[in-house]
Design a protein around this ligand. Structure first.
Ligand SMILES: C[S@@+](CC[C@H](N)C(=O)[O-])C[C@H]1O[C@@H](n2cnc3c(N)ncnc32)[C@H](O)[C@@H]1O
Length: 443
């Protein structure tokens, strides 16, 4: 039978630890003197673990080494003795910190009281205190019992040992006789049946973790409500353009939120058509140039089309960091922060069937055909390409007067002339500059 004493004090010269040391000595005397088969109590204090202040709010069960060590000590025990100092009539911070870490380890499990290292373990609580005035030292017992029982522990008895400057002194094991006798009496009939602890991956913790990750990404990637003009998703640009030379800005480093109007359900038709082309042509190897968050992957997965390899790249670091996180568990989907002008950074190992150029060729109005050929044909040897470009003619409600739109729409017919086959569609999505040309080019 393993009896383990834990002092929740972080002090080197702790009263709680020294009090438990007397209990340890008493248990040693008992083992040698009485000869029962209970090992002497093993004693730990918070200084043996050095756990940081609980700093995790993520329900993935990951805890520091020091916490793992603490939890494995608890798991080994058949019976526990917790020495907890009273601090302003509450339990001490060290004790609560250790309990909080246990909750993190258990993935913030909603099934309180079923899944912790102390669940179904008998616990004796003791507080050593210099005061002699009742109920000092014992005022935290109710809340301590409540907390331990909430985590499934079984509090057998709580002891307060007063006048500790005089009674907790070297060798005075008589101070802990009553506590020790209670423990021995309990051990005489106790049969341990606590199951070994496990941290359950039940649905509640997984759902909690997903919700956590969504929430955390909102902060990390500066989530904002979708900006709308005329009731439609819109980029965050001035709504009054007076100078007729104003162009929709083309940047190489957008924040994730700069183009979030494209991530809305209203913008979906632009990408749904691209997904149709991929699925209808059974395309298995995809490179997505200037992919931003590569929303095509969401659509393909929503439609159950998952057996393909994908590499998307973009010069904008923030959308790429975000989407790498979102798809980190998918071996067939890769995102890179890279430029279409640096061929060495955009090579892939798989066979490429299709290159997507969605809203990207407009970046190179004088040279787009050469760029298209260099990557789609010479480098990737792809049989298909998808081009998406904004139409010059836009519904006035979806555009700004005096604003110039950059597009190579007029040159698309040149692709039709050069490559073996060509199809094109006009899509009208209810977003800013929502009229788009989608072309499917066979090489
Ligand atoms: C108009 S957005 C289109 C994004 C996405 N393909 C879509 O259809 O929603 C153009 C994207 O190209 C990226 N970009 C600009 N210059 C680039 C370059 N040299 N190489 C790769 N991506 C580039 C921008 O960062 C931006 O995310």
């Amino acid at each position: 039978m393993k009896l383990i004493g834990i002092s929740f004090s972080h002090a080197e010269n702790s009263l709680q630890t020294r009090g438990l040391e007397l209990l340890r000595q008493r248990s040693e005397e008992s083992v040698t003197g009485v000869g029962d088969n209970t090992e002497p109590m093993r004693l730990y204090s918070m200084t043996d673990f050095n756990m940081p202040v609980c700093n995790s709010n993520k329900s993935d069960g990951n805890v520091p080494e020091s916490v793992e060590k603490f939890i494995s000590v608890l798991e080994e025990a058949d019976v526990l003795v917790f020495a907890i100092s009273e601090a302003t009539s509450h339990y001490s911070a060290g004790f609560k910190n250790a309990m909080d870490w246990m909750v993190v380890k258990s993935k913030f499990n909603a099934k309180l009281g079923t899944d912790y290292a102390i669940t179904r373990k008998p616990i004796f609580v003791v507080t050593f205190t210099p005061t002699v005035k009742e109920p000092n030292g014992a005022r935290h017992f109710d809340m301590t019992k409540q907390l331990l029982e909430k985590l499934g522990g079984e509090v057998i008895k709580s002891h307060v040992i007063n006048d500790a400057w005089k009674t907790v002194i070297p060798g005075r094991t008589s101070t802990v006789y009553e506590l020790f006798n209670d423990i021995i009496a309990f051990l005489s009939f106790y049969m341990p049946d606590a199951p070994s602890t496990h941290t359950k991956d039940d649905n509640s913790s997984l759902r909690w973790l997903n919700d956590y990750n969504d929430w955390d990404r909102k902060w990390k990637y500066e989530w904002k409500p979708i900006h709308k003009v005329n009731g439609m998703p819109w980029p965050r640009i001035p709504t009054e353009i007076t100078d007729s030379d104003n162009e929709v800005p083309l940047k190489e480093d957008y924040k994730l939120r700069s183009m979030d109007y494209l991530d809305t359900p209203e913008a979906r038709p632009i990408f749904d058509k691209q997904a149709d082309i991929i699925i209808e042509n059974n395309i298995k190897g995809i490179v997505d140039v200037g992919c931003r968050i590569g929303i095509i992957n969401d659509i393909l997965h929503e439609r159950g089309y998952t057996d393909y390899k994908y590499m998307g790249f973009d010069t904008s670091p923030q959308p790429i960091a975000y989407v790498k996180e979102v798809w980190k568990d998918y071996d067939n989907i890769e995102y890179r922060c890279a430029s279409m002008y640096n061929e060495k950074d955009i090579k892939v190992e798989f066979d490429v069937d299709c290159v997507i150029w969605s809203g990207v060729l407009l970046y190179d109005p004088d040279n787009h055909m050469e760029l298209f050929k260099k990557l789609t044909v010479d480098m990737y040897n792809a049989k298909h390409a998808i081009i998406q470009e904004p139409c010059k003619e836009q519904d006035p409600k979806k555009f700004l007067k005096n604003m110039k739109l950059q597009t190579i729409e007029d040159d698309l017919e040149l692709y039709a002339g050069i490559y073996s086959d060509y199809d094109e569609w006009t899509i009208d999505a209810d977003v800013f500059s929502g009229r788009r040309k989608i072309a499917h080019v066979w090489i």
